[in-house]
Design a protein around this ligand. Structure first.
Ligand code: C5P
Length: 319
């Protein structure tokens, strides 16, 4: 419990993690699979409001538009949606919910509150059916990683999870964001299923995040963290929070920073236990959470009992 209290206050460090997680983190540090070379400076003294304005100034949600090689030559231009993701709700949504898939959301009874938002973001294969009381049943946007597209076990083609929602896919690219290298060797091949799906369902908004956007978020996390963070992309959760901050006037994030219900149960919909799901091994998840904790404008009671963080959307900020 001591760790959880310190996470709520923002005073944890990776040295307080269990030895197995620390070892996994060290492994990813030395492996540096994506060739990360941090050129920025670590400026850890920014306050929450300063950090919010910094995010608003720098974060630009970007998706593949088919205009850059190799995608231009592959004829992607007319295949990607005509309306960019950032223009889908040009006047902005009022309040939005980001629902993390953490086991801690079980028995939360947050479903009704979540569904009362104008838009709800969910991740990967997280279901609502059977879990409505705790997670609600409205889904507006779904962020999916490339494994969902590439691995047939997820039934991307025919599962109802991926129908009637805005889809946003991503895959870890090299830090250089060299699109040719990435296209030749994605982590999981998301390109072929993406094109197939675009041809079959041309009216469904479906985007692939630009690697520059993903690594820009990574740079911002590292710049604002004292410790060296894992040289791997931020988690889908962090990516989703920032997408919603650019689309909504207010963002309510559920069970990212764990509530009193904190558990090692990885997902609410799966019987699998691993503390790495909540605290990170591959992703710099602990540091993402410390950053989000600094930005929280909600109450301590909501944080403790709902696992809820409240963040202003970029257009609601006065900078
Ligand atoms: O596991 P998955 O990536 O599908 O979960 C979606 C997001 O929810 C993660 O990227 C992470 O940010 C967040 N999450 C969490 N704690 C968990 C499980 C997921 O913070 N136990």
């Amino acid at each position: 419990r001591a760790f959880l209290y310190r996470l709520w206050k923002g005073t944890v460090s990776s040295r307080m993690l269990n030895p197995r997680l620390q070892k996994a983190m060290r492994y990813y540090m030395s492996f540096n699979k994506h060739g990360v070379r941090f050129r920025g400076r670590r400026e850890v003294r920014r306050t929450g409001p300063e950090l919010l304005c910094e995010l608003r100034r720098r974060v630009r949600v970007r998706t593949l538009d088919g205009k850059e090689p190799p995608f231009s030559a592959l004829g992607w231009r007319p295949l990607v949606p005509g309306v960019p993701l950032s223009q889908l709700h040009p006047r902005g949504l009022r309040t939005c919910a980001v629902v993390m898939s953490a086991g801690a959301i079980l028995n939360s009874s947050l479903g009704e509150e979540i569904d009362s938002h104008d838009a709800v973001l969910r991740f990967n294969s997280a279901p609502t059916r059977g879990y409505e009381k705790d997670v609600g049943n409205k889904t507006t946007v779904r962020i999916i990683n490339s494994q969902i597209l590439a691995n047939p076990s997820h039934h991307f083609i025919d599962s109802s999870l991926y129908k009637d929602v805005i889809l946003v896919a991503w895959d870890p690219a090299p830090y250089s964001a060299n699109l040719n290298l990435w296209y030749k060797k994605p982590d999981y091949n998301l390109f072929t299923p993406y094109i197939q799906h675009r041809r079959r369902h041309p009216t469904q908004p479906f985007y692939i995040l630009h690697p520059k956007f993903i690594w820009q978020l990574w740079d911002i996390i590292q710049e604002n963290t004292r410790e060296k963070i894992q040289p791997n992309p931020p988690s889908s959760g962090f990516i989703g929070i920032l997408i919603m901050m650019s689309m909504c006037r207010e963002v309510h994030v559920y069970e990212y920073i764990p509530s009193v219900r904190q558990t090692e149960l990885c997902h609410y919909h799966e019987l699998y236990y691993d503390a790495a799901c909540t605290l990170g091994a591959y992703h710099p998840l602990l540091y993402e959470k410390l950053l989000v904790q600094r930005l929280n404008m909600g109450t301590q009671a909501d944080l403790h009992h709902k696992g809820k963080v409240v963040l202003p959307g970029f257009r609601a900020l006065r900078c």
